[in-house]
Design a protein around this ligand. Structure first.
Ligand SMILES: *Cc1c(COP(=O)(O)O)cnc(C)c1O
Length: 393
């Protein structure tokens, strides 16, 4: 029989966080119960204003999830059949899924090997090789689809190299939808915040995100008043005034209970972000001190950017064996993401094959997220790094 682990370190410990905020959260939930106003309403409006301000945006539109934020953002940009959206294959499924659900085609371009984010160089090369400008539109020659937008993802909480994408968007008159589900409060090198640069930025309040609800939730942010108006209407079935529909929208509403919980938690977000950052830096130091640099590639921070470490992700040799070894030692870890989207079965019809996005495929085989949540203590970080050391010893 295996020895009992010295300690257990879960990948994420939401109970530890809840203990620190239980009182104000319970009070906020009580207030909503007393009001019996459960969908949209003043709490949702207040959260929209606060998150918009936090993200340097004029408008916030609360929605039912991060996935729905992405979906309704593309709907607001009128993405549909005959259109294409350029994105990364190395991301959560929703990023590519929403494009396909609208009848449009994802065009997958490869990532940068050091940040794991969509690489502007691969996007520029794809446009050069596969696209033409025809009647003022960017047309993807192999499919005949009109490219409507670029959807980069700020993966793990680190912003993408955005300026080249802004240039492409201006040159070709296409939109940018930022998948900022993992990146609320992240900053680009010039101090702008994730979500504020694209036509629309999309956040997720899934419980495991840095600002997590007690269920599902999400938000679109924008500085464009016309897009804000479209998003607001599309979120309520596209009716304006109510029951008069010039657009087909959906039920993408946010609950008041979620908004009330999130308003309490938002006040703690910067403190939690600092906790994640110091844990990440403690890992970096401990990995270096342990002389693990040959087997473990540490995450890098782009100069001047604010990385909020939704995940601390290392690139390692014999990843799956290490993951099992950690698990046996009581340490949680996760693979984000084991199968890049361009080789997912459901996207086979797009015609991609293994080898088309080599850096994404390599990352999918080599990366491992280890616990970095704010309440993690130094002795736990030491234990994780010691365990990694004994694996490679
Ligand atoms: C979490 C996540 C989403 C989806 O958000 P949900 O709130 O779970 O629907 C989309 N994209 C990325 C990159 C995510 O991490």
């Amino acid at each position: 029989m295996a020895e009992k682990p010295k300690m257990t370190v879960p990948l994420l410990d939401l109970k530890a966080q809840y203990r620190t905020i239980k009182e104000p959260v319970q009070k906020a939930i009580d207030d909503v119960c007393e009001s019996q106003w459960f969908v949209m309403g003043p709490k949702v409006k207040e959260l929209e204003e606060r998150v918009a301000e936090y993200s340097q945006c004029k408008y916030g539109i609360g929605v039912s999830s991060g996935t729905d934020a992405l979906l309704v953002a593309l709907m607001a940009l009128e993405v549909g059949p005959g259109n294409a959206v350029i994105t990364t294959p190395y991301t959560f499924f929703a990023t590519g899924g929403v494009i396909a659900r609208l009848g449009a085609s994802p065009i997958f371009c490869d990532i940068d090997a050091t940040t794991f984010n969509l690489d502007p160089v691969t996007v520029e090369a794809m446009i050069e090789k596969d696209c033409d400008v025809s009647n003022g539109s960017l047309v993807h020659r192999p499919s005949g689809d009109t490219v409507k937008a670029i959807m980069p993802v700020h993966l793990y909480g680190q912003t993408v190299d955005i300026q080249p994408f802004e240039k492409l968007a201006r040159t070709y008159g296409i939109g940018i939808v930022e998948d900022a589900a993992q990146a609320i409060g992240s900053e680009f090198g010039d101090g702008r915040r994730a979500g504020s640069v694209g036509s629309i930025g999309c956040f997720s309040f899934f419980p495991s995100k840095n600002l997590g609800a007690f269920g599902d939730g999400g938000m679109c942010v924008t500085n464009d008043s016309e897009l804000a108006e479209r998003l607001q209407v599309l979120r309520l079935h596209g009716g304006k005034p109510k029951y008069y529909h010039s657009m087909i929208g959906g039920n993408f509403r946010l609950d008041a209970l979620q908004a009330a919980v999130l308003l309490v938690k938002l006040a703690y977000l910067d403190g939690w972000t600092s906790g994640r950052q110091s844990n990440a830096h403690a890992y970096n130091d401990a990995i270096e001190r342990a002389g693990l640099d040959k087997s473990v590639v540490r995450p890098i921070e782009q100069p001047g950017c604010r990385h909020i470490y939704n995940q601390y992700v290392i690139r390692v040799e014999r990843r799956d064996e290490l993951r099992q070894f950690l698990s046996d030692a009581g340490i949680g870890s996760e693979i984000y993401y084991p199968v890049p989207l361009h080789v997912q079965k459901c996207f086979a019809y797009l015609g991609y094959s293994e080898g088309d996005c080599p850096e994404s495929e390599k990352a999918a085989a080599e990366t491992l997220a280890v616990p970095v949540y704010p309440e993690l203590g130094p002795e736990q970080i030491e234990y994780v790094v010691d365990t990694i050391s004994s694996f490679y010893a």
